[in-house]
Write a protein of this length. Sequence first.
Length: 194
Amino acid sequence: MTTAPEQAGGIGPGRLVLVVGPSGAGKDTLLRLARAACIDDHEIVFPRRIVTRESSADEDNVALGADEFRRAREHGDFAVHWEAHGHSYALPREINDDIRAGRAVVANVSRTVIGALRQAYANVVVVAITAPPDVLAQRLAARARHSDGNIADRLARSVDDASASADVTILNAGSADYHGRQLVRVIRNECWRE
């Protein structure tokens, strides 16, 4: 994982809202609901991730081949990039301009990059979205995206990095609409530290 080099003190004054959690937790669903709820708020940005995997109905990413991704990385086109599940992922460098302009940038990232992002940005909020193991297994099986790898391996994966601890946790086991509204409250910084 690498972040773009920046000045000491971190990029600000805007907020970087990082959405993390295990596969099958419903991150993309809640992000889609939050994006729809914030569609008219130009102070909230949901950048499309760059991924070495085709876009799908579940994830609206910018698809790049491995060589294109490598060239873009070497060119400095990414604010952050990482590897997970046999794919390369990145956020576009333009998020830095949004954060400097005071906007909130909301992105689904790997838990492995949280520590570096907390150092690179002045105002980071980490939202962990999770669900009970049986729910995660059902969702992964229903998704049936073979490029994601072995379901048992995905369920067993954890990151033991203290900086990866979440500021807010959403247990996404009930109504997606309800949990989507919870995520919107965090994004808008509305009484989420209950």
